[in-house]
Design a protein around this ligand. Structure first.
Ligand SMILES: NC(=O)c1ccc[n+]([C@@H]2O[C@H](COP(=O)([O-])OP(=O)(O)OC[C@H]3O[C@@H](n4cnc5c(N)ncnc54)[C@H](O)[C@@H]3O)[C@@H](O)[C@H]2O)c1
Length: 424
């Protein structure tokens, strides 16, 4: 089969995908990389050369789009994906989007419509759904092992304070300093919905203020958030995510009518399953068969490609590309497991609405389903977000606790740490 020609937009996270997955992919040939930060382009070109590839480097997205490529991986700033994804779709390219799909509702409507008009493949690169035990939970759920979903919980804690100067380069307006506490919610919400096939219909949000260690690094948003959701089948879900004082964890529990499954909080490879024994064998309910094991990989072959950027997440980065390229080539399994635009929005819209809940005293908010075209009309001009470049007169504060005044010295110190490479 002819290899797909692909290009990557944004060479920070994009570079992780290039180095670990894309330089040697059986289904795709890396043709170009675009970033306006020249040192990253130089690094990408050097890495490609080591692998015997001649990489085209661009500082302008439209220049990259005009070259001979089939697909684009969008990995620029997390709050600025939709406009570029739409341009790529309109130019006839397939799109794999990093997190998040959109930063407001108007963009969500435009992106749905662009995907539908284009007929191209759009997939969402929520790699935490493909973390092996999570992926195993999806397959067991589909088999009916724990019955209908009743309740679920997810925790995604990532204390990025040590990495903040590298991540933000000391830029006051960097997206990480301003996106709301609920924005980056799909690492926690995504797997719960992916496993069970459910969507949230209502959400309530709560956040904590920006913590001193984060303010000291220039962040303005609440440092963590909790979201409580009612699901479309009457079940419930809780998500806790953000910068809290713990080593990294992403942890998922799913309860069903016949049992439950949960990932281990410390050994990320491990899965715990409790299945209620059949009633006929018992005099009462509430007795369980318990399993505690490390699931085997979804795909055992091509081990050399399954080098995740995050060792604790196993093969997840490889699977995002496998299902994207597979779907482009018409593979039904890839289409089944890849995350399309509607499921991407199911994962991200609860975050946008949880923030509206937070700003309104934690009242419940309805989460719309953009598959319904009539609902889109109400949201078409809803630009509310924390980004002054797109919010217009609907600019939201970065935290419900009010805007925090951060001095220029803070950003100068972070920029200096970044320049000197003195950051994790
Ligand atoms: N799935 C994961 O595990 C994971 C991990 C890290 C980051 N991400 C996602 O990857 C994306 C990028 O994150 P990051 O940490 O690399 O962020 P970042 O802000 O460090 O990187 C964005 C890159 O895009 C470049 N860029 C931005 N606008 C540009 C433009 N108009 N033209 C050319 N270049 C431009 C920047 O120079 C920068 O190198 C985000 O969407 C983030 O959510 C995902």
């Amino acid at each position: 089969m002819k290899k797909l020609k692909i290009a990557v937009f944004g060479a920070t996270r994009g570079m992780q995908l290039v180095e670990k997955i894309l330089l040697n992919h059986p289904e795709a040939e890396l043709v170009g990389v675009c970033d306006h930060y020249q040192p990253l382009l130089d690094k990408a070109a050097a890495k490609a050369k080591e692998s015997g590839l001649e990489l085209k480097c661009f500082s302008n997205f439209d220049d990259m789009l005009s070259c001979d490529i089939d697909a684009v991986i969008i990995a620029n700033c997390a709050n600025a994906h939709a406009p570029y994804a739409i341009r790529a779709l309109e130019a006839g390219k397939h799109v794999l989007s990093e997190l998040l799909p959109t930063q407001n509702l108007a963009e969500a409507v435009q992106l749905c419509e662009a995907v539908e008009r284009s007929g191209k493949v759009y997939q969402y690169a929520e790699n935490y759904c493909f973390f092996e035990p999570v992926f195993e939970m999806r397959r067991r759920f589909e088999r009916g092992d724990i019955g209908e979903a009743t309740a679920m919980e997810a925790t995604f804690i990532n204390d990025l304070s040590a990495q903040w100067p590298r991540l933000t380069r000391g830029e006051r307006n960097n997206w990480r300093n301003h996106v709301p506490s609920t924005f980056y919610c799909t690492h926690s919400i995504g797997p719960m919905l992916y496993i069970t096939g459910r969507r949230a219909v209502n959400v309530v949000g709560i956040e904590i203020p920006v913590q001193d260690c984060m303010k000291w690094m220039g962040a303005c948003s609440g440092s963590a958030a909790c979201q409580l959701m009612q699901l479309d089948n009457g079940g419930m879900a809780k998500s806790l995510h953000g910068n809290l004082k713990r080593t990294f964890t992403s942890h998922y529990s799913i309860y069903g009518t016949k049992g439950s499954m949960e990932t281990d909080k410390y050994d990320y490879r491990r899965l715990h399953v409790s299945i209620e024994k059949p009633f006929e064998e018992n005099i009462r309910f509430g007795r369980y068969n318990v399993e505690d094991y490390i699931p085997s990989a979804f795909e055992e072959s091509k081990k050399e490609l399954r080098k995740s950027s995050y060792p604790e997440l196993g093969n997840s980065d490889y699977y995002i590309t496998k299902f994207f390229f597979g779907a482009i080539n018409g593979d039904e399994t890839a289409k089944h497991y890849g995350i399309d635009i509607y499921h991407a929005l199911d994962m991200s819209l609860p975050g946008l609405f949880a923030y509206r809940s937070i700003l309104n005293g934690s009242i419940p908010m309805v989460v719309p389903d953009l598959r319904d075209k009539a609902i889109r009309e109400e949201l078409r001009y809803d630009t509310a977000c924390t980004d002054p470049l797109v919010a217009g007169n609907l600019l939201q504060p970065s935290s419900k606790f009010g805007s925090c005044m951060i001095s220029d010295e803070v950003y100068a110190r972070c920029a200096d740490l970044f320049r000197r490479g003195e950051t994790d």
